[in-house]
Each structure stands twice: as structure tokens, then as C-alpha cells.
Write a protein of this length. Structure first.
Length: 436
């Protein structure tokens, strides 16, 4: 009961590449080496033949701000979110995105960039802020993150507190903030955005009717940031003895929607529960569903939270390569009041309307997942292990400890280190590109 009270208290406190056309006029952008600027055309990418939803921002009568993002966590053996290395996976971002601790006087090594070496509870992934206005307007935007640290962002001209060195030294006993001043909102403008040839799901978020924004000399379709944090999400999820997943709402607000999802070898299944107030048991789904129906249902849930149709499509397109990967997980809509408590947002002058849709992702390390990982370790199958990426270490350390021999543990540690070295090399390549 004390642990549950603490959780409640803390709560209260690849890729989708886009079609690019040539350059055109618009705000200037100084490109890093290997980066070009291009006018974004809001059309579907080659892997997506669906027509774009119609722009549904016509009713905007004043400054309107919409935001979506993801909180990712891993359920421990008791169902309660556990410590892991949330930024220990691929960077999956273009090199023009700013990473905390790179260069300057911070003195941080490559493994510490973006909080990459920190053990904590939550990875805040890719919140983007869209702006709509009937006429050009300049605003300031500030996001506060109690027990959190901002680790990546764009446009780069933002003020962060605390500074990179102090943040990494003091985390999680910090309150991180990011602030953009003089954000110019330019409805109807033709803006040039940075683009790199390497694929990244970052670009899918541009596929909306939102107004271009400019900060300093850099332009984008949104304000982007990421972080890590040490708070307990509003749910727990554990494996039951009967093979079901027990999901408990630990907060004071109903969870609008909970989705159980499983992918085994490309076959998927999912189930949905709505307005979850207490504890429910969810059957592991039969693997007979389609990605198209799942995407439609997720987009519908996001629209119910105030997102425009294009924004909902952009969010799911952004994350479809990651959300739907091998394994079992819970997705849930974080109640907006909870979002506002975890991640206070200030925009000045005050908008006419604000909508925020955050999807929680909780990885559930089922017996099936554990056995797949164990077999991969025994057979020295690095390819299979790599499919679990940043979730591999929690499987090995928290679930398989008693089932592996000393030799197998040594093998697992070596393969985890090798997989992580690939991620670090990718981050280092971006760092070298920025130096040019």
C-alpha cells in the first residue's frame, strides 16, 4: 500500500520516409554537412498508398496548439515500472537534431549524450507541438519536466535548465525545462526544412496542415523535444499465472483507452479496453489482426483526445516501425490532466485552445519473450537479440537471471555490449557530422 501511495503521489506531482521536392524560398537554414533543405510536400510516402486525411483545421479561429508524444516504460516482474536504460537504443533521429551534452564545456562522453547512460523509469519520446493561427504571430513556449531531463530538441535555439553537466550529475533530482523564445508562427508560408538522405521516422510528423514555425534561422513544422524521467506512469502491467496480462490503473483518473498488442514473427493481434478505472485482465490476443485496422483504431483514439485527423495519422506513422515491433506491450491514453501534471506547458500569449494527446507504452516481458531471448543467447543468435534492442537488458537482468548459466550470462553481456556499441557508433557519427 505504501508503494501504491508513492506511485499515486509521483503521478500527481525502418522508417516512414517522406517524399521531398526540391528547394524553394522561405526562411533561411544553415545546413550541417550532409543535410539539405527542402520544401515539404504533404503527401504519403512510397510505402503508404492511403490518401491523406482532409485538413480539418478550418475551424481554427485563434492561436491553437496541439501536441502529441509518448511515455515509454518497462514493466518489471511485479508489474511496476522498472529502471532500465531508456536512451540506450538507436538514435533514430536526423543529425541536425540537437543532443544534450554534445561538445561545448559539458565534457560528457559519447555514451552520455542524450542521457544515453542513465538508468531510470521513463523515456519521453518525440513530443511535437503544432501551431495553428489565422495570421502570423510570435509566441514563447516553455515545457517543464519535474524529475526529468530534456535530452534532444529542435529547433536548436532553445534555453535549457539545468545545464548539460549539472543535469547529468544531479539527475533525477532535477526539474528540467526547455524554452523557445520568439517562435514565429507563419500560417500559409512556404518554408524550407532540413532533410537528410538517411531514413528517419522524424519526417512523418511534418505531414500535417499546421503552420510552419521559425526560431532564429531554423524552420520546422513543429517544436520537437525528447527526454528521460524518473516518475511512475499511471498503470502497471504484469503476467498472470493463467497467461493473461493484468493491467491496473494506479492514478485517480480513468484511462480513456488501453490496447494490448503482440507481434510474433510478423503476425499481430490486439485488443482494446476503454475507460479503465481499476484493475482488468486482458487476454493475449490471437495473432490474426491487420496493421491497417490497428492503425485506424489508434488514430480514432487520438482524435478523441482532440488531435486533428492529419495529426493522428502523423503520430501513428511516426511510430509504426517501433510500436509494432516484435514482442508484447500495452498502449494507453494518458489522461490530459495527468499529462499536464507530468509535463506542464506554457505558451505566451495564451492560446485559444490547447489539446495534448500522449500515448503511454509499457513493454510487457512475457514468458514467450523471455524464452525467445533465452534461446537466442544459448544459440548465439545476435540477430534475434537485436530485435529486442533497448529492452534486451531488462529481459536478461530482471527475468532470466536464474535461468542462465554463468557462461550464458557472459555471452549475453557480450552481445548486449556489442549491440549497444552499434548505437553509440551511430550517435558518434552524428557528432562528427556536426563538427564539420
Amino acid at each position: 500500500m505504501k508503494r501504491l501511495a508513492l506511485i499515486t503521489l509521483l503521478i500527481a506531482a525502418p522508417a516512414i520516409a517522406a517524399a521531398i521536392a526540391g528547394t524553394a524560398g522561405g526562411p533561411a537554414f544553415t545546413s550541417p554537412a550532409g543535410t539539405s533543405t527542402a520544401v515539404w510536400q504533404p503527401i504519403a510516402g512510397p510505402a503508404d498508398a492511403r490518401p491523406m486525411p482532409a485538413a480539418d483545421d478550418s475551424a481554427v479561429r485563434g492561436l491553437t496548439v496541439h501536441e502529441w508524444g509518448t511515455f515509454t516504460s518497462v514493466a518489471g516482474p511485479d508489474g511496476i515500472p522498472m529502471n532500465w536504460q531508456p536512451a540506450g537504443g538507436p538514435t533514430d533521429l536526423p543529425c541536425f537534431v540537437t543532443v544534450s551534452g554534445v561538445g561545448g564545456k559539458s565534457g560528457l562522453g559519447i555514451t552520455e549524450q542524450g542521457g544515453r547512460s542513465k538508468m531510470t523509469l521513463v523515456r519521453m519520446e518525440t513530443p511535437v507541438l503544432y501551431f495553428y493561427a489565422p495570421e502570423e504571430k510570435t509566441v514563447s513556449v516553455k515545457v517543464t519536466f519535474p524529475h526529468g531531463l530534456m535530452t534532444e530538441w529542435y529547433p536548436s535555439d532553445a534555453k535549457l535548465t539545468p545545464n548539460a553537466f549539472d543535469a547529468h550529475k544531479e539527475f533525477p533530482d532535477v526539474t528540467g525545462t526547455i524554452q523557445w523564445n520568439n517562435v514565429k508562427i507563419m500560417p500559409g508560408a512556404t518554408a524550407s526544412y532540413p532533410y537528410e538522405e538517411s531514413p528517419s521516422h522524424y519526417y512523418a510528423a511534418r505531414r500535417t496542415a499546421s503552420a510552419p514555425v521559425q526560431v532564429g534561422t531554423q524552420s520546422e513544422k513543429f517544436l520537437f523535444y525528447r527526454g528521460i524521467a524518473n516518475f511512475y506512469p499511471p498503470i502497471t502491467a504484469r503476467n498472470s499465472k493463467n497467461g493473461k496480462i493484468v493491467v491496473a490503473n494506479m492514478g485517480s483518473e480513468p484511462i480513456p483507452g488501453v490496447v494490448i498488442f503482440e507481434n510474433r514473427g510478423g503476425r499481430i493481434g490486439y485488443g482494446i479496453a476503454q475507460n479503465v478505472t481499476r484493475t482488468i485482465e486482458m487476454d493475449r490476443p490471437e495473432l490474426t489482426a491487420s496493421f491497417a485496422s490497428l492503425q485506424e483504431d489508434l488514430e480514432s483514439m487520438l482524435k478523441s483526445q482532440g488531435m486533428f485527423a492529419q495529426e493522428a495519422r502523423a503520430m501513428v506513422d511516426t511510430w509504426k516501425d517501433s510500436w509494432f515491433e516484435q514482442g508484447t506491450r500495452i498502449f494507453y491514453i494518458v489522461p490530459q490532466h495527468t499529462v499536464d501534471s507530468i509535463l506542464p506547458l506554457e505558451v505566451a500569449p495564451q492560446p485559444l485552445a490547447v489539446a495534448r494527446a500522449f500515448v503511454g507504452r509499457m513493454e510487457v516481458l512475457t514468458p514467450t519473450t523471455q524464452e525467445e531471448v533465452r534461446q537466442a543467447i544459448v544459440t548465439n543468435d545476435r540477430t534475434t537479440l537485436a530485435t529486442y534492442g533497448r529492452f534486451l537488458e531488462p529481459v536478461v537482468d530482471s527475468f532470466l537471471g536464474q535461468r542462465l548459466s554463468a557462461a550464458e550470462k557472459t555471452t549475453a553481456a557480450a552481445m548486449i555490449a556489442s549491440i549497444r556499441a552499434d548505437y553509440v557508433a551511430s550517435a558518434k557519427a552524428c557528432t562528427e557530422k556536426r563538427k564539420w
